[in-house]
Design a protein around this ligand. Structure first.
Ligand SMILES: Nc1ncnc2c1ncn2[C@@H]1O[C@H](COP(=O)(O)OP(=O)(O)O)[C@@H](O)[C@H]1O
Ligand SMILES: [Mg+2]
Length: 398
């Protein structure tokens, strides 16, 4: 059984029916299922479950012989009862009432409508997984102007999170028309974000993993394929919302590369983000756009100042636009600087090798590790940037 799989059991009084339902339902939902025989020769259900851990989801084949077991279940406190789905021979009102008292999530009569059963089980499993799910962090990186380096920084932040921390990390390339993250990581996606979004209503937690491409570092990528162009209107906002819920519940860190463009899709992502990183370069026109974007985020999306981080990419200490001017202009005291490094960045992107793998000791790599730390990515101690370096490159001071 998979490490975090839900334990599922079928209980019934008839061995051949039990094994028939087991194989039918197990292939329907593609999960392992155990069986529990219950009749007048077996001990009562509560002592059975005292000896063996009760399943998390119980599919209950109700008949005269198992009725007593259903009654026993109702005596358990609801928190220690398995999630329950009841299958009965007919629509007997008394039995339905009893099933409800036992907390059944659904009630089916034979012959069973397979499609309905499939839907119901998936929904129960989805809710259970959500109940014990992680609360991953959604970090969105948006550029104030095209060409600022938003995509480059997103790729390397996500790679560093996957490679240098124990977190599970996902990179979503939301540049749906000209996305380049698959090239940056030298990956050819087998499936795309569009497929994931179209199928999301039927996906459970295990299935979403199959839509992503896996990088050697453990980083998962969800993107379009390089040949694909997604047109506006092809994606349903509600599906995007559901996909984000699924990802946040299943992975620790989700990084979104979001090109600057405000529409219902990007609004959904921005509203759900825990942190938004705005990438700018050191010029007056970048400042103007960054200021405007920050205002929009605060006033239209109610995003708190503390959740917006500004990164000055390709920072040049000799530029006539000084850090103090930028701070004053953007009304932000917290600015992070990433140095300019044309050769390393160009080579790393052209080769499809992330910076940490290509030039792990370079100043630019260290600056991105530092940025990851500021975003609360739990970088393992041995990879943490020394404070002296932080002082040199990035920080909350001048
Ligand atoms: N710090 C940097 N030093 C040198 N080149 C950089 C740096 N950051 C980004 N670049 C380059 O700038 C170009 C634009 O970056 P990109 O990430 O595509 O920007 P955006 O996604 O904001 O449009 C790319 O060719 C990238 O390799
Ligand atoms: Mg980009």
């Amino acid at each position: 059984m998979q490490k975090d799989a839900i334990s599922i059991q079928i209980l019934g009084s008839n061995p051949s029916k039990l094994s028939q339902y087991r194989s039918q339902i197990s292939s329907l939902i593609n999960k392992e299922i155990t069986t529990q025989l219950y009749n007048n020769t077996t001990p009562d259900l509560l002592s059975l479950y005292r000896d063996k851990k009760p399943p998390e989801l119980l599919i209950f084949l109700l008949d005269d012989a198992t009725l007593a077991a259903l009654n026993e279940l109702t005596t358990l406190p609801s928190a220690s009862r398995p999630a329950l789905l009841v299958i009965a021979p007919d629509n007997d009102k008394q039995q339905m009432r009893l099933a409800m008292q036992a907390g059944a999530r659904d009630f089916f009569t034979s012959p069973i409508n397979e499609q309905e059963l499939h839907k119901s089980l998936n929904k129960i499993i989805f809710d259970m997984r959500r109940g014990r799910a992680k609360t991953g962090t959604l970090i969105t990186i948006i550029n104030a102007k095209g060409g600022s380096g938003g995509s480059f920084i997103t790729c390397n932040l996500a790679h560093i999170a996957a490679a240098l921390s124990d977190s599970s990390a996902v990179l979503i390339d939301f540049d749906l028309q000209f996305g380049s993250q698959s090239l940056n990581l030298d990956i050819k996606p087998q499936h795309t974000i569009v497929e994931a979004l179209n199928d999301v209503t039927q996906l459970d937690f295990d299935a979403i993993d199959g839509y992503m491409s896996l990088h050697g570092s453990g980083l998962r990528l969800l993107s379009t394929s390089f040949e694909q162009v997604v047109l506006p209107g092809e994606i349903i906002v509600e599906n995007l919302d559901q996909l984000l819920t699924l990802l946040i519940s299943h992975y620790d860190q989700i990084f979104v590369d979001l090109p600057r463009h405000i529409d219902p899709l990007s609004a959904t992502i921005l509203e759900r983000s825990d942190q938004i990183v705005i990438v700018v370069q050191q010029s007056l026109s970048h400042m103007r756009d960054a200021k405007r974007l920050t205002r929009i985020l605060k006033s239209e999306f109610n995003i708190a100042e503390k959740n917006i981080l500004i990164v000055i990419n390709r920072f040049d200490p000799d530029s006539s636009l000084h850090l103090a001017d930028i701070q004053a202009n953007l009304e932000s005291s917290v600015l992070y600087k990433i140095p300019n490094d044309y050769d390393r960045v160009a080579n790393s992107t052209n080769l499809g090798i992330p910076l940490y793998d290509y030039a792990r000791n370079s100043a630019i790599t260290k600056a991105i590790i530092s940025l990851a730390e500021s975003l609360n990515v739990p970088i393992r101690a041995e990879f943490k940037e020394k404070s002296f370096f932080k002082k040199l490159f990035n920080l909350k001071d001048k």
